[in-house]
Write a protein that binds this ligand. Structure first.
Ligand code: FE2
Length: 297
């Protein structure tokens, strides 16, 4: 006998706020906009989108990260990534880079255009204590590697990480990660489109609306999520989204919570204050990118 599936309800919404980062890049921050405003395992979500070069031209010059993963997804524009390990990545429309900072990476992300529109997202996903000091790694994902699920009503689902689809037909994205098992979907919904997705009941799930508007939840309890807002979802096995009259573009993210203490100092995210102090000391003394095997002081 089939069991009745629990559709997740909208629990709360959060408006993104205008801020800047790097060398003055203007963006909108939702998750992570205040200390402690995390949604385990997600630490931060920034949306950038502007046609004014002065809002992005200075980019993100070299800076460190330790203890988590950064994901950059580009909708429009051209950025270049370089890091201390010699990775060079060209981030173009529809492409993504997935960087596991682990014990430490120093990288830059600089615009490769002096005019035109720049639009995309950066997401930070935590690593469990046991993997925070793993060697860093980097993967450049070309747009052609990102599968697109075409729905009957013309809507599209880009599967950036994890999987999407129906029980019978799952589509896997190019990135599969252990521990946090992130599912990262970019939904392009047509006018009035109704979309249902099965999700892992153990995952935390949220949405970010970046075009149009949506309602979330079962037919009898739909709640609106406005543009530039996060919608946090309750527990359940299914997500139902209804697009408004102008359609919508929405990021849908789910992940397995780690349930560990989080101590953050800017670009370092560890479990204890002592580990943060160690990260700062390593950075200041030039040991940040040491392999660690020899035991830095
Ligand atoms: Fe960075």
């Amino acid at each position: 006998m089939p069991t009745i599936m629990q559709t997740r309800l909208l629990q709360s919404t959060l408006s993104s706020i205008a801020t800047s980062d790097g060398a003055g890049v203007k963006l909108r921050r939702s998750i992570g906009q205040k200390p402690g405003l995390y949604f385990d395992p997600f630490l931060m979500l920034d949306a950038f989108g502007t046609e004014h070069p002065e809002d992005y031209i200075r980019g993100f010059p070299p800076h460190p990260h330790r203890g988590f993963e950064t994901v950059t997804y580009m909708i429009e524009g051209h950025m270049r990534h370089e890091d201390h390990l010699g990775h060079v990545g060209d981030l173009r429309p529809g492409g993504m880079q997935w960087m596991t900072a682990g014990r430490g990476i120093i990288h830059s992300e600089m615009p490769m255009q002096t005019e035109g529109r720049m639009r995309g997202f950066q997401l930070w996903i935590n690593l469990p204590a046991a993997r925070k000091m793993d060697p860093p790694s980097y993967r450049d994902v070309d747009p052609s590697e990102i599968p697109v699920l075409e729905c009957e009503d013309g809507s599209r689902i880009r599967v950036l990480a994890g999987s999407a689809g129906t029980r019978e037909r799952r589509i896997e994205g190019p990135i599969q990660r252990p521990d946090t098992e992130p599912v990262f979907l970019d939904l392009e919904l047509t006018r009035d489109a109704r979309l249902a997705q099965m999700v892992d009941p153990d995952h935390h799930a949220f949405l970010y609306v970046y075009e149009g508007s949506i309602e979330v939840g079962p037919q009898s309890a739909k709640q609106p999520v406005p543009i530039d807002h996060v919608g946090f979802l309750s527990a359940g096995e299914r997500i139902e989204i209804q697009a408004g009259l102008d359609g919508a573009r929405v990021l849908l993210l789910t992940g397995h919570p780690l349930g560990e203490p989080i101590v953050q100092h800017g670009p370092f995210v560890m479990n204890t204050r002592a580990e943060i102090e160690r990260a700062i000391r390593d950075f200041q003394t030039g040991h940040f990118t040491d392999t660690g095997e020899s035991g830095a002081p």
